[in-house]
Design a protein around this ligand. Structure first.
Ligand code: CTP
Length: 471
């Protein structure tokens, strides 16, 4: 008997009985079965379950809906598929077919097939596993391509010649890498070689589908597994040339710099270990992205990358746009972290003034803690002593930030003086001069010349206002 959640077992039995009543065979297939054998079935996060039937998927869905007493059935006649909504689940029914399968495909079915025909046109052996649900054979596993063995060996492999599988849907190359990254599996040699050969075919895939897989790779426990595969198969070259450009080390006069590609992956893995969300991870990916064009060598300074923080931040919107990532506050967050990622290091020295700390708190706002996480993730030295020193330095910076924050509360700082106040004091109308005065007050407060409160700031305004009269 299958050791699955009772609610699912009851549901599967109902579906088996529904199929039996219309003389069809039904199987649960794909992610559900795979995740069961991987011990990663999480009933809370399952949103959809795939069923394949030998016969009509639509008739079966209707019969299931009747037994479940629901009218929530969507039929896609042209594609021979139907969906039943049951509690929080989308139950997807499809008739076994001879052509390639993918859930989001909008290709009509041309020819019905057997269960095996259907399984062999799926993407990976581990995704082609299925259990029969009819009453007499409930729970019988069908695994014609040794998917279980591949799960045990940790292998990603296509059921048939990989060239055919990837030709059917080139996104499957990204899916192969994504599953390898999520599960820490290896891609079998033939499958790997086919991806490398066919990587340019990714160009026919929409950016939304590519991004969906890429984000799953980024969110996997150790994203460097996926990114190394993306690099080695040259899939990365198809959609992320800036990242490929980070690869390589140059040496001059005995000086070499670190390889920024592998460094970036270490930083990314570190943010993953810290439980960083998608956006902190994107900041890790992009923090050094503009190092190649800012790279210089001089005898006195060795290798430098001056301005890579500012240039990288400038690139963030165009990279986000190209990938179809959101251009809202999430983009601005990543841009901000890229722009500021070197600033905490500059605050290490004991002589650092409160005003420099205040400025950083002001600029980072509520993202100051995430900025410090990124900086800590950026420590990738192999020298234990250095790692310890850098970490201690950041501990010191963090205490300084806390101290200054407690004193001045600059985190979500708002200028105590409003535009109205300035217009009144200068007896003038709205215009650019108001912004200039406001900035000067802001600088005076951040520099500690003026206390951070209305009265002191207003006195300061009265002192400086003459500089702006008739200007
Ligand atoms: N499938 C396929 N080719 C694709 C996409 C999907 O063959 N390009 C098949 C696989 O058998 C897969 C099933 O459709 O298992 C369901 O696809 P999907 O819901 O996208 O993925 P899951 O395997 O369920 O995994 P996850 O939910 O982790 O994405």
């Amino acid at each position: 008997m299958l050791d699955i959640p009772t609610t699912h077992k009851e549901l599967f039995k109902t579906i088996g009985e529904a199929a039996e009543s219309i003389n069809q065979q039904v199987f649960v297939v794909g992610g559900y079965v795979r995740d069961f054998y991987l011990n990663r079935l999480n009933s809370d996060s399952i949103t959809d379950i795939d069923f394949v039937t030998v016969g009509s998927g639509i008739e079966l869905a209707k019969s299931v809906a009747k037994i479940l007493n629901t009218d929530q059935v969507s039929v896609f006649k042209k594609f021979g598929t139907a969906q039943v909504k049951h509690q929080k689940l989308d139950l997807e029914f499809v008739g076994a077919r001879k052509e390639s399968y993918r859930r989001d495909s909008r290709k009509p079915i041309v020819e019905d097939g057997s269960l095996k025909d259907d399984q062999l046109r799926r993407d990976l052996t581990i995704n082609a596993l299925s259990w029969n649900l009819n009453p007499d054979t409930f729970g019988t596993l069908f695994d014609p391509f040794n998917g279980i063995q591949d799960l045990k060996k940790g292998l990603i492999r296509t059921p048939i010649d990989p060239a055919t599988t990837f030709d059917d849907d080139p996104l499957r190359m990204m899916r192969a890498v994504r599953f390898a990254s999520q599960l820490n599996f290896e891609i079998e040699e033939n499958t790997f070689n086919a991806i490398k050969k066919m990587a340019p075919r990714l160009s026919i895939i929409s950016k939304e589908r590519i991004l969906d897989e890429l984000n799953k790779i980024i969110m996997s426990p150790k994203p460097s597994v996926g990114f190394s595969l993306l690099l080695n198969t040259e899939l990365l070259h198809q959609f992320f040339p800036e990242m490929v450009n980070l690869l390589g080390v140059e040496e001059r006069n005995g000086h070499s710099h670190k390889d920024n590609f592998w460094h970036t992956l270490e930083v990314l893995d570190n943010t993953a270990k810290m439980g960083g969300d998608l956006w902190l991870r994107w900041a890790a990916i992009l923090h050094d992205i503009a190092k190649p064009p800012t790279k210089r060598f001089s005898k006195s300074a060795g290798w430098t990358f001056h301005g890579h923080d500012a240039l990288g931040a400038k690139w963030v919107p165009k990279i986000f746009k190209r990938f179809g990532l959101p251009l809202d506050e999430r983009m601005r967050y990543v841009k901000k972290l890229v722009r500021l990622h070197l600033r905490p290091i500059a605050l290490v020295s004991d002589e650092v003034s409160d005003s420099a700390v205040r400025r950083l708190i002001y600029e980072a706002g509520d993202d100051i803690d995430d900025l410090m996480l990124l900086c800590r993730a950026d420590i990738t030295s192999k020298n234990d002593w250095k790692v310890k020193t850098y970490r201690n330095n950041f501990d010191r910076v963090e205490s300084k930030i806390e101290e200054v924050e407690e004193k001045d509360q600059m985190r979500n700082w708002k200028n105590p003086i409003s535009g109205e106040d300035i217009m009144k004091a200068l007896d003038t109308k709205p215009g650019p001069v108001i912004g200039r005065v406001k900035d000067r007050i802001k600088d005076a407060i951040l520099d500690g010349e003026v206390a951070n409160n209305y009265d002191d700031a207003y006195q300061y305004l009265l002192r400086i206002k003459d500089d702006y009269l008739d200007k």
